[in-house]
Design a protein around this ligand. Sequence first.
Ligand SMILES: C[S@@+](CC[C@H](N)C(=O)[O-])C[C@H]1O[C@@H](n2cnc3c(N)ncnc32)[C@H](O)[C@@H]1O
Length: 271
Amino acid sequence: MPDPYLNPDALPESTLTAMSTRLEERGQHAGFLKMMDRYLSTLPTDRPLRVLDLGTGTGVVLRRLAEKLHPDSELHGADISNNLLDEARRLSPEQHIHWDHLQPGTLPYDDASFDVILMHTLLGHVPEPAELLRDVRRICSEQGQLIIFDADHAGTTYSLPDYQESRRIDALLVSAIATQPDICRQLPRLLQASGFELQSHDAELLSECGKGNYWLSSVRGFAKLIPALGILPPEEGERWEQQMLTSHEEGSFFASGAFYTFYARPRRGEV
Ligand SMILES: C[S@@+](CC[C@H](N)C(=O)[O-])C[C@H]1O[C@@H](n2cnc3c(N)ncnc32)[C@H](O)[C@@H]1O
């Protein structure tokens, strides 16, 4: 079954609604905001910037950034999904953001068009990340910056009483929602191969023990996607959700996952 983020517009309306609800909920969660603000706060605010948020979804990152940046900045949120972009437009009527619908193929921007390019949980869903990164290198200005934030999906776990059962379901969930579950582990190599120089990185563990919050909302989001995407047989999906909810109610919840931010700059003279 394909990663639903490969082509959200092909999903049934109810699944798409569950997806945009989850993206918005996630983007407003305190733990997630902390990680987002950590990298957004590294950007200069004393001069206008040309910014591209690639794979913007409902625009939750760009809306937040728009409040912080110099008001003359040029902001583009780009995505392959028209439906998610419509939601982005609806949620930001008063902000001057260009919402760009992408067609398959080369990015529709001139060489060196952007000072900052963000990818917030995009690359784990892209079948050919090296190809995309090379095109991103082309549209990044020589003094520009690339910031990639992603989940280490391969290490995310929702604990059940039985360890083997946990591992089995974790693996099914991960392979259903991320084309590249180990993208963070690949990025040092991919950045190098696509003409970027990795400057630094941050890593953060988002873990919840006893009671769930961020991961509980992820469980609820998954519960809506499981039947639509055929990740598990429906009764098994319901049992999984129920076990996670019960562990939360009983104070024995455990779920955890790491997130990485990569800060990279173009290597001089290489396009
Ligand atoms: C997990 S969502 C992240 C959305 C948003 N950045 C956020 O964190 O809320 C991944 C997004 O990438 C988009 N996407 C998938 N493949 C893409 C591609 N090749 N180019 C641009 N966007 C893409 C999907 O439509 C979806 O909106």
